[in-house]
Design a protein around this ligand. Structure first.
Ligand code: NAD
Length: 268
């Protein structure tokens, strides 16, 4: 029997119809939260996530919005608040890669990654924080006024040749998250990042789709397995709940040990 520790709270998860966002939305729903399943395309996959969450007895709706579009983000928050009364938890998960050798990278490849991975988190966090402050504290639901979880990456720490736009966006998320935690700590808004290593999702199919690729990936992971969206979902429930009430401004790495730098195990 899963502990319904998020019962009565509402979570909005961006990019929740695939991979990590889907895993997080399902875990939050299983823990009793109402969930807004944001998607930008493929409504049928968003509906499948909604149906799964409803099967736990929690409420869920799918809302379409491009997180890099200000009007669409504002309208999504309005609809979500109309439906559930407020938002207690934001999971800024939507993200993408547009990989290229740096000297061949187009401005469009740079801009789309920044617009979704960084500006998208700004637009959603701003609307969430406005709502937390407008609503005020509800101590019987949570000790915090609100919780924001930023989906960062091990690449906020590990440089990544061939992916300079992506690594730059995640490096920026570290300062975004910590500066927000500093600015709103006294309002009891907690802001933290999840930094996944290699998680088996469509964003990185090339890294796990063949036995050779998976084998090569294992040379980077001391714990010797690829991560699953449910691994991230469990951490998101913890960070969204009062169990983590004294954690804010933290980047939590969940990577099977990728950031202990396996390459140095035999001397470096
Ligand atoms: P994914 O491709 O399965 O999911 C990305 C989601 O973001 C999709 O639902 C997609 O539709 C959505 N999205 C993209 N652009 C959007 C936009 N403009 N508006 C709204 N939604 C949009 O990939 P994933 O692995 O689940 O990635 C989720 C997050 O986790 C990303 O921020 C990614 O950088 C991060 N991450 C993933 C890994 C990994 O190994 N999979 C590792 C570290 C960090």
């Amino acid at each position: 029997m899963v502990d319904k520790k998020l019962s009565g709270q509402t979570a909005l998860v961006t990019g929740a119809n695939s991979g990590i966002g889907e895993g997080v939305a399902i875990s939050l729903g299983e823990a009793g939260a109402n969930v807004v399943v944001n998607y930008v395309s493929k409504p049928e996959t968003a509906q499948a996530v909604v149906d799964k969450i409803k099967s736990f007895g929690s409420k869920a709706i799918a809302l379409q919005a491009d997180v890099s579009n200000e009007e669409q983000v504002i309208s999504m928050f309005k609809q979500a608040i109309k439906e559930f009364g407020t938002i207690d938890i934001l999971v800024n998960n939507a993200g993408l890669q547009k990989d290229a050798k740096f000297d061949e990278m187009t401005l469009s490849q740079w801009n789309i990654v920044m617009n979704v991975n960084l500006t998208g988190q700004f637009l959603c966090a701003r609307e969430a924080i406005k709502e937390f402050m407008k609503r005020g504290p509800v101590p019987e639901r949570s000790q915090a006024l609100g919780k924001i979880i930023c989906m960062s990456s091990v690449h906020e720490l590990i440089p990544w040749a061939g992916h300079v736009n992506y690594a730059s966006s995640k490096g920026a998320i570290r300062m975004f998250m910590q500066s927000l935690a500093q600015e709103y700590g006294d309002r009891k808004i907690r802001v933290n990042s999840i930094c996944p290593g290699a998680i088996q999702t469509p964003i990185n199919t090339d890294a796990w789709a063949t036995p050779e690729a998976l084998n090569s990936l294992m040379s980077l992971i001391p714990y010797n397995r690829i991560g699953q969206p449910s691994d991230i979902g469990k951490l998101a429930v913890f960070l969204a709940s009062d169990d983590s009430d004294y954690i804010t401004g933290a980047s939590i790495f969940i990577d099977g040990g990728m950031t202990v730098f396996e390459g140095f195990a035999t001397g470096g």
